[in-house]
Design a protein around this ligand. Sequence first.
Ligand code: DX5
Ligand code: ZN
Length: 216
Amino acid sequence: MLKIAPSILSADFCNLERDIGRVSAADWLHVDVMDGAFVPNLTIGVPVVASIRKHTGMFLDVHLMIDKPVRYIDQFCQAGADLLSVHLEADHPARIADALRAMEANGVKKAVALRPITSAKAVLPYLERLDMVLVMTVEPGFGGQKFMESQLDTIREVRALIDKYNPACELEVDGGIGPGTAEQVIEAGANVLVAGSAVYGAEDPAKAIELLRTAR
Ligand code: DX5
Ligand code: ZN
C-alpha cells in the first residue's frame, strides 16, 4: 500500500502543532533528526519527539541522521517513535546490528537508510529483520533539494532484494519527492513517499498529499 509521509522539516517550528494538524490526512509523519556531524545541519532531538508524541496519534517515522545512532535508540523509543531509521554509513556494521536489536527490544519498527553513495546490496546483512529500507534521493541534510534521478536504479535494486528476501518490508524514498517525481519512484518500487517542501510549500497541504497519493 502506498503511504505518504510529510516531513516536518519544512513546517513552521513555532507552529508545529498547527502544521502537524495540516497533514493529518497523511499516513505517517516523518521527523528528521540531524546532529551537525553525520550531516552539516542540526534539527530536532529527543525532547521535541516526546512533545510531538503528546500532541498527535500519527505514526512517527523518525529518520536519524546522526553518528553512532545506537547511543540514542532507547531514548527515541521512549520518546514515542513508532519507527526508527539508522544510516548504514553512521557506524560499523556490528553497531548498526546493535541499534536494530535495541529497536526490537523496545518494540519499535526497524529501518536502515542509504545515502546516495551506498549500494543497494549493503542492506543484505540486515534485510530479513527489517520493517523498512529508506533510500535517500538527495544527499541528506536539507529539505528542498533536487531529486537525484540516478537513485532510481538503487530503488529498483532494493525493490528486487525486498521482493526476494522480505516482501513485507516497506521501501521509503526521501528527498525531492513531489508531483513530478512521485510517479517515477513508485514505478521503480517505492511504497512510502516522504515529502517536505512539496507538502508544506503547497497552498493546501491536504491537496498536495492527495496529489501524491494519486500520482500513479
Ligand atoms: C533531508 C531529509 C528529508 C527532507 C525532505 O535530509 O531527510 O526528509 O525533509 O525534504 P524535501 O521533500 O523538501 O526534499
Ligand atoms: Zn528524512
